[in-house]
Design a binder for this molecule. Structure first.
Ligand code: ZN
Length: 413
C-alpha cells in the first residue's frame, strides 16, 4: 500500500545543516553541549518543526522530548524513532542529530501524504547522551530504562559545579511527566556507524543486532610533589611516570583481547601541573569495551591486576573506581526483522552489525523492543568536527526507518 512512499532526502539534509548552525564549531562541526543555551536553541528549533506538522509535544522530568503524531488507535503504545541533539565539545553534524531528524523526516513524509498509522508514531530526543558535560553518558535514557535513579541524575555536576537538574530547569526543559512513564511500543534509532565497517564492506545500511559491553574507570595515582631540580632520580614518587605506563598498558590490554576489544585512556589531569615540580598526583579515565560479556569481565580483572602491580612497582598509591558497568545488549528480534525487511524491500545493500559505540537505544532496549539502523560515515570518523556522511546514505537510512516504523505501527495486533 505504501511501498512507493519515500522520504525527502534534500529536506532531511537541509534540516541537519540548519541544526548544525546552532552552536557551530570552528572547523565545520558543532559544539552543543547538553543543557547549554545552544542545546536549548537546538531543542526549540526541533520542537518548532514538530509543531509545524501538528505533532503534540510531551517532555519528561529528565528533559526527554516526545513529539507525537496520533494513530488511528491512540491507545496503542507508539512506535518511536529518535536519538540525541547534544554534541561533543568538538562534535560533528551527524552523531545523534541524524537519528532525531530522520525521525522528524519520517513524520513529515507521513504528514504531507496524509497517512495515519494504526499505532501513534513519535520522535524522541534523549537528554545528555554524550556525557561530556554531565557524566555518565546516556543518563536520561538510562533513567528511562531504570538504570539510574532520577535524584542521582539530577545531582550530576558539570565542571563549573552546575547540576543537571538546575540546568534542565534553567533552559525550560524540566517536563512534568515522570521519566520512564511515557510508553514506548518500539524504539528505532538511526545513527551514523561511527566506525569503518560499512564503508569498507561497501554496504549502505547496517542492521544493528546489539551493542558491546563497556566499563568506565576513574583512576587516581598518588605520589609526592617535589622539586624537579634538587630531587635525585632514585626515590622519586612520580605519579605521571606510572600514569604513562598505565596508558600503554591499557592499549596492550585491547591487543590481548583482539580483534573485538577496545580500550582507551581519554582524559588525564596532572597535579600540580608545573614544569618544575615532580607530579605528585594524576587523575585519568579508562574505557574498556567488548561485545562478549565474559571477555569483558576478564579484561576488567587483568586491568585491575596490572594497575596495582604498576603502582606498587613505583611505590605509589592509587584508587581505581569502576564508575560504570554496562553489559553487552541484544536488540529485539521483531525490531531487527522490521529493519532488515525494510532494507531488503527497498533494495539497499546491507549487513548485520554490532554497535561499537554506546547509544540511547542500548539503554532503552532493556525495557522496550528496540533496534538501530546504521549508515556509513567517512573513514568511520566521529566525535570530530570533520565527521561526514553522504546525503544519499542518510536518505537510504531514513527510508529504512520510515518503512520499519510503518511495518511496526501497522502490524496486525
Ligand atoms: Zn550518538
Amino acid at each position: 500500500m505504501n511501498e512507493n512512499l519515500r522520504i525527502n532526502g534534500q529536506r532531511l539534509w537541509d534540516s541537519i545543516m540548519a541544526m548544525a548552525e546552532i552552536g557551530p564549531g570552528q572547523h565545520g562541526g558543532s559544539s552543543r553541549l547538553a543543557l547549554t543555551d545552544e542545546d536549548r536553541a537546538g531543542r526549540d528549533l526541533f520542537v518548532g518543526w514538530c509543531r509545524e506538522i501538528g505533532c503534540g509535544i510531551e517532555i519528561d522530568d529528565m528533559g526527554n522530548i516526545f513529539a507525537r503524531r496520533a494513530g488511528r488507535d491512540d491507545t496503542l503504545a507508539p512506535v518511536v524513532a529518535g536519538s540525541h541533539l547534544d554534541t561533543q565539545p568538538h562534535g560533528g553534524r551527524f552523531d545523534g542529530i541524524y537519528g532525531v531528524l530522520a525521525g522528524l523526516e519520517a513524520l513529515r513524509t507521513l504528514h504531507e501524504n496524509d497517512l495515519t498509522t494504526e499505532a501513534p508514531v513519535e520522535v524522541v530526543v534523549w537528554t545528555n547522551e554524550e556525557g561530556s558535560r554531565f557524566a555518565p553518558a546516556m543518563i536520561a535514557s538510562g533513567v528511562y530504562a531504570g538504570l539510574f535513579e532520577k535524584d542521582y541524575a539530577w545531582s550530576r555536576r558539570d565542571s563549573d559545579g552546575n547540576t543537571l537538574g538546575d540546568e534542565l530547569r534553567r533552559i525550560g526543559y524540566m517536563g512534568k511527566q515522570a521519566c520512564g512513564e511515557h510508553a514506548i511500543g518500539a524504539l528505532l534509532e538511526a545513527h551514523i556507524e561511527q566506525g569503518p565497517i560499512l564503508e569498507a564492506e561497501q554496504r549502505q545500511i547496517g542492521v544493528v543486532i546489539g551493542g558491546q559491553g563497556q566499563r568506565w574507570y576513574d583512576l587516581r595515582i598518588r605520589g609526592r610533589d617535589s622539586h624537579a631540580g634538587s630531587t635525585p632520580m632514585p626515590g622519586r614518587r612520580d605519579a605521571l611516570v606510572a600514569a604513562a605506563e598505565v596508558v600503554t598498558m591499557v592499549r596492550g590490554l585491547a591487543a590481548d583481547f583482539a580483534p573485538h576489544a577496545v580500550a582507551t585512556v581519554g582524559e588525564m589531569s596532572v597535579f600540580p601541573n608545573s614544569r618544575t615540580t615532580i607530579p605528585g598526583e594524576v587523575f585519568l579515565t579508562i574505557d574498556i569495551r567488548n561485545p562478549d560479556d565474559d571477555a569483558l569481565a576478564e579484561m576488567a580483572r587483568e586491568l585491575r591486576t596490572c594497575i596495582i602491580d604498576c603502582v606498587d612497582s613505583h611505590e605509589l598509591e592509587c584508587d581505581l573506581d569502576e564508575i560504570w558497568d554496562k553489559p553487552p545488549v541484544n536488540f529485539d528480534s521483531g525490531c531487527i526483522a522490521a529493519v532488515e525487511n525494510a532494507t531488503r524491500e527497498l533494495g539497499y545493500s546491507h549487513q548485520r552489525i554490532v554497535s561499537g559505540a554506546g547509544h540511547d537505544a542500548c539503554q532503552v532496549c532493556l525495557v522496550a523492543p528496540t533496534s538501530m539502523i546504521f549508515v556509513p560515515c567517512a573513514g568511520g570518523l566521529s566525535h570530530n568536527e570533520a565527521e561526514s556522511a553522504e546525503a544519499e546514505d542518510l536518505e537510504a537510512g531514513c527510508n529504512v526507518l520510515l518503512h520499519a516504523m510503518l511495518s511496526l505501527a501497522n502490524r496486525p495486533r
